[in-house]
Design a protein around this ligand. Structure first.
Ligand code: ZN
Length: 680
């Protein structure tokens, strides 16, 4: 199941309330740099000094643990990613030629993209990006390097290395797609990630994990989550990520840092949680992982918290394998108060939703909801990061023990600040009425929708007895995201929002409705290459909802997509009717999920969420390009330094936010790079 939420926040402009003083805000530069379709931002750590030295030390070592897994993700994304990265970095450091030349400039952009994507494929679309410098330039420059700097295999010549690596970089057909979701093809064989041996077929993999399942197991472990599946002497075998197994040298470092961190744990429960994670990394035992997840959910008291491990499965077409990710955070106490109110009212929302009674939870359990300040981003959360997290992913743990759901306030704030005044609303919003609403309420309703999505949406509803949680297969993530989004959209206009004090104006929700429709129908197309379909689950879900509402509202003219002065705009003519349609679709999507109706899921997704109108696509891209806004954003991390007194005792942990993008990436590649180049 996919639980992390990515939202384009480029339309939100208003400040988040809980950040640093205005004076500091004014000088803090959120924008670091921009290249290709990517923008790099930086974020602040508000209220750092409200933590005790003990808590700061805990954060410090959890941060270290979060940075040690970076290589794992590179290797998971493709077996050659570390070889590519290391050869590019060697070249970057030792290049003696003309730095103004077109080849060199393109080379730097390519390296920055590889860092950004943790590999050779676009982080979002997962298609391979092709360098704009020549193969001859690359080969010549690599040959000029001292041979010891070239990441060859043992005993391999530089020439042989180049023969092996250049198609990986330059041949568009080789490893074309990291995650191929096109169900008309073998989605395992044609996906370039490194979760499966290159000779495996989808059938073999599905059968392997089907056989592993224990019939009627009410507490199934997440089979396959922490391993690469390969064929050895004709037999399928899992290579488990653990100490002594695959990725051991990185996992050893992570464990060392966790062992340091545990010394500073805030309480016994947190100590227990970290120790369970260490046990899991040592054993690779998924039962241990579930035990860890359960205890992690139970720890709601600690101020400092973290994600560290093989977590989300977006990177695997079958949704089994967990990419390594990490994030360290601490509670944003002011903002958490509001979210807590939402959690306390969870049952009310469940009871009043338009979903059929049999698909509702009679008891919504343990929704913990808080707003956090991210302290570090690592693995699959770096440099692109979610703005909300809802974990764990295991359905039975969620049902029996609940889940933790967070929104990340300092990241959201950085997005908003960096986007202020970029001209986006002027270009794409057709009427002054909506533009004013969005300027006034955009950030507020956007955050609220995220809260509703994460806290209530994913946690709501239940499967009918006997329904397989994987029944919707390749459509599962899109349907799940649509379900959570619809739940939020359904409730944003509700009088309950005013009653609970989340909104102060009964029209504020229109800002979110308009933004959602504009994004789903039009503006998210700016992030898709010409001629391509919509692939990513969150983008599919937004298109699904927006086009379904457009279609079903046609006879009452609820929403229009109409040209004025040669430009297409969204017009919402009846906001109340739109809410009714949202409710209808929520009921249907919940029915599909609860009953495991694969055919209906397939029909909805294929009808509304995949294909792109090429003319509209072209227009949106042209208008968007003129604004020179990078459609994707990532972040550099702050730098944490231990402050010592004359005797060498640690007295504080200091933060600086001035590190540049290439500077940080090169430093990480030196200081946090434990894996061998080749792990097969
Ligand atoms: Zn979600």
């Amino acid at each position: 199941m996919k639980k992390i939420l990515f939202i384009m926040t480029m339309t939100t402009l208003i400040c988040f309330s809980c950040t640093k003083q205005a004076a500091e805000e004014a000088v803090f530069d959120y924008n670091v740099e921009q290249f290709a379709d990517l923008g790099v931002l930086r974020y602040q750590i508000p209220d750092w000094d409200s933590l005790s030295i003990n808590q700061k030390m805990l954060v410090y070592y959890l941060n270290e643990a979060a940075l040690q897994g970076r290589d794992i993700l590179f290797d998971q994304n493709n077996r050659y990613n570390l070889a590519v990265r290391r050869s590019l970095e060697a070249l970057y450091e030792n290049y003696q030629g003309d730095k103004e030349s077109a080849d060199y400039q393109s080379f730097v952009v390519y390296l920055k993209r590889v860092w950004f994507s943790n590999g050779i494929h676009h982080h979002y679309g997962t298609e391979k990006f092709i360098p704009e410098f020549s193969q001859a330039f690359f080969e010549n420059e690599v040959k000029k390097l001292d041979a010891s700097l070239v990441p060859t295999r043992e005993g391999q010549s530089v020439e042989a290395f180049l023969l092996e690596i250049t198609p990986v970089i330059f041949d568009p057909a080789k490893y074309a797609k990291r995650v191929n979701q096109d169900s008309s093809q073998d989605i395992i064989f044609t996906s370039a990630n490194n979760y499966y041996g290159e000779d495996l077929s989808q059938k073999e993999v599905e059968k392997f994990y089907e056989n592993m399942k224990i019939p009627n197991d009410s507490t199934p472990v997440p089979y396959g989550l922490n391993s690469r599946l390969v064929k050895k002497d004709g037999v399928l075998t899992e290579e488990t990520y653990k100490i002594g197994g695959l990725y051991s040298s990185a996992i050893e470092k992570i464990v060392y840092c966790l062992e340091e961190a545990v010394k500073y744990a805030e309480n016994t429960q947190q100590k227990h949680v970290i120790n369970l994670l260490i046990d899991f990394y040592k054993s690779g035992n998924l039962k241990k992982y579930d035990e860890y997840s359960i205890e992690w959910v139970k720890d709601t008291e600690s101020t400092v918290d973290f994600v560290n491990g093989f977590t989300e499965s977006y990177g695997d077409a079958l949704g089994l394998k967990g990419s390594w990710e990490a994030m360290v955070n601490f509670k944003d106490l002011k903002a958490t108060k509001l979210s807590k109110i939402l959690g306390e009212n969870a049952q009310w929302f469940e009871n009043h939703s338009p979903v059929d009674k049999q698909f509702k939870k009679t008891e919504v359990k343990g929704i913990t909801f808080k707003t956090i300040v991210a302290a570090i981003l690592g693995g699959d959360c770096y440099p692109t990061t979610p703005i909300g997290i809802n974990l764990p992913n295991s359905n039975w743990i969620r049902k029996d023990f609940g889940s933790k759901s967070v929104t990340i306030s300092n990241i959201t704030n950085a997005y908003d600040k960096a986007a202020a005044g970029n001209g986006f609303l002027d270009e794409f919003v057709g009427r002054a009425y909506e533009k004013e609403l969005m300027e006034k309420f955009g950030a507020q309703t956007d955050n609220l929708h995220t809260d509703l999505h994460e806290c209530l949406g994913h946690a709501s509803g239940q499967l009918l007895p006997g329904v397989d949680q994987e029944a919707l297969k390749v459509y599962g993530s899109t349907i799940e995201e649509a379900r959570a989004d619809l739940f939020g959209l359904y409730y944003i206009p509700d009088a309950k929002m005013l009653e609970l004090g989340f909104l102060t104006d009964p029209d504020a929700y229109k800002s979110e409705y308009y933004k959602y429709m504009m994004n789903g129908l039009m503006t998210q197309l700016s992030r898709i290459e010409p001629g391509k379909d919509i692939e990513e689950a969150h983008m599919r879900n937004r298109a699904l909802i927006a086009y379904w509402v457009l279609d079903h509202g046609k006879k009452d003219n609820v929403v229009e997509l109409r040209k004025e002065n040669g430009k297409t705009y969204v017009f919402i003519n009846d906001y109340e009717k739109m809410r009714t349609l949202i409710g209808d679709l929520l009921a249907e999507i919940q029915r599909i999920k609860s009953t495991g109706d694969f055919k209906a899921a397939q029909k909805l997704v294929e009808t509304y969420a995949v294909k792109v109108d090429p003319e509209l696509h072209k227009e949106v891209k042209e208008r968007y390009d003129k604004l020179h806004i990078a459609p994707y954003k990532g972040f550099v991390n702050p730098v944490y330094t231990l402050v010592k007194d004359k005797k060498g005792n640690i007295t504080d942990v200091k933060i600086t936010c001035a590190e540049g993008y290439a500077e940080q990436m090169m430093r990480y590649s030196k200081e946090y790079s434990p894996l061998p180049t080749y792990n097969d």
